[in-house]
Design a protein around this ligand. Structure first.
Ligand SMILES: *Cc1c(COP(=O)(O)O)cnc(C)c1O
Length: 245
């Protein structure tokens, strides 16, 4: 019996606990935007998603473009919102256009490809820009000083709309991560002062299982929570010993 065989009741109980913690964090934060829970279902079987949906979860986040497409196509009529939260390769853009929100625009080059595929489908694609606020070498995300120029480009892309910013912080304790969450909010606030066609900076995608409460206290509107809802991720086939999730 693997960890993947969590029952409906397991998932419902974990989901309820996460929702309670979100509500408590929102109460500590005080007035502010609504917080949406994105259940990160990468490498989880379809049954895990179905169980979470039965317990009321509506938003699912996937890291691999083909896995996102396959899961989406398995339930084409479900009223779920799919989020793409993984590293995006140019040749996979066509697989993610059409999902509710692409969180990981981390370089200008992706934008013409998204515009092209979205226009082809008569769709306006909502996206977030991933920012490397900590300036980590080799990490995805654009540098804060490059953000204004990237946001300017949306004016020429009628089928792509920027809805906010996204952060994957350096691995650290929740409290050590707080300044990074705060920096992303300050960056969004500063850029929101400039009005740009195709850009509305209202979403902040930040916070995962280990630190979503701190992220909410710092203004997150989208929290991406995997293991706290679904339990440990099943080992991937390419690495049968990867049990760390
Ligand atoms: C896997 C992943 C998550 C969820 O991580 P957990 O620790 O399982 O909550 C969130 N965001 C991104 C970008 C991820 O890759």
């Amino acid at each position: 019996m693997s960890h993947a065989d969590a029952t409906v009741a397991d998932v419902a109980a974990r989901l309820a606990a996460v929702r309670e913690r979100i509500a408590a964090a929102v109460a500590r934060r005080g007035d502010g935007p609504a917080v949406r829970l994105v259940g990160v279902s990468k490498r989880q079987p379809l049954t895990a998603i179905e169980n979470a949906a039965a317990a009321g979860l509506q938003d699912f986040g996937e890291n691999y473009a083909q896995e996102l497409r396959d899961k989406q196509q398995a339930h084409p009529h479900a009223p779920w919102r799919w989020h793409f939260i993984g590293a995006l390769q140019s040749n996979k853009v066509r697989l993610v256009v059409g999902c509710a929100l692409v969180h990981t625009i981390d370089r200008p080059k992706l934008l013409p490809a998204i515009e092209h595929h979205a226009a082809e489908h008569g769709h306006v694609q909502d996206v977030l820009v991933q920012v490397n606020v900590a300036g980590e070498v080799g990490k995805a995300g654009i540098a804060p000083h490059e953000l204004p120029a990237l946001l300017d480009r949306f004016a020429d892309l009628p089928h792509v709309r920027c809805r906010g910013l996204m952060l994957i912080p350096p691995e650290a304790s929740p409290e050590a991560t707080r300044p990074h969450f705060r920096a992303l909010r300050h960056l969004a606030e500063a850029q929101a002062a400039t009005s740009r066609p195709g850009v509305v900076l209202e979403e902040l995608s930040m916070g995962m299982s280990a630190d979503f409460e701190v992220a909410i206290e710092e203004g997150a509107t989208l929290v991406r929570v995997g293991t706290a809802i679904f339990g440990p991720r099943p080992s991937s086939r390419s690495d049968p010993h990867d049990d760390t999730g």
